[in-house]
Ligand binder design. Sequence first.
Ligand SMILES: [Zn+2]
Length: 324
Amino acid sequence: MDHLCPEPKEDDTMNSSKPQFNYDGPIFDAHTHVVDLDDLAIQVRIGETYGVKKALLIVHGDVIKDVRERYPHKFIYAKYFSGWVLMGGEIDQAVKEAKVMREEGYLVAKMHFAPFWRTRLETDSTLSVDDSVLDPLFDCFRDNDIPVLIHISDPDTYYATRYPAEEFGTKDEHLQQFEHRMKKSDQVQFQIAHFGAQPEIHRLENLARWFHENPKLYVDTGSARWIARELSKDPIKAREFVTKYSDRILFGTDCVSRTDDVSYYDGRYLAERLLWETEIRNEPLPFTDADTQNSGGTFINGLALPENVLSRLYWENAEKLYLL
Ligand SMILES: [Zn+2]
């Protein structure tokens, strides 16, 4: 189970030409989810073929005990605080859960502030991430040294197609709300999912400012689709950015174990390793990107990152942050 570069497989329909990858050290996947235990076994197996030694696992449902038994040293665990709880204002309950999460085996809190909770909660009075109602929860994370993996916004493409501003607010507003939260809760250790929700080339400057203003801030590189699509649009700028901030970026796929379709997991790992390690140009994303399927598709332009940068993204930053 220890291959670093997957051998071409007979039944491989994802990508006919797998290039030689440049990195053969260990990989930490800093953003994965478990929903189904059997599917998790597939996620783990495919991850290992791409060099994944350990991962941060966001646990949905009550399966942490079973996962720990099956994989004693594979994961660090994140407790999931959904929008139901957070944006719906169930803060007392959340604080109660946060206080005992360490004893249950969780090291990290995952908070989910996507605009769609507004629709799911069927209300127009959802809390924003900087609302003072949430202060006790962030204070609890600070007081207990619990790092927070947080989802703060969504791709520009979603705002263009499914979040009318008059109903949901704008992406800039959502980013500003998080910035306000970072300032209020400046002792909390944040890992912002999805490249800080700002992999779009025109947003990199703002993310750079956040890195400068908050020396504790990290981002991860899930989802493969969103990150590969946007960074590939200007690989020179993207390469410069990732190299410059390579001590703040954690590799992550956002794989969710709720399917037994091997190509789902394979596609995400393959897409990211192509993006980070190769010089490939205009390589079709190895799976469908719903956001571009009617407008020409998504293509990967590799950043060919140097080895010292890769080892920070793939392992060293996680080692530092989560004391692996
Ligand atoms: Zn996720």
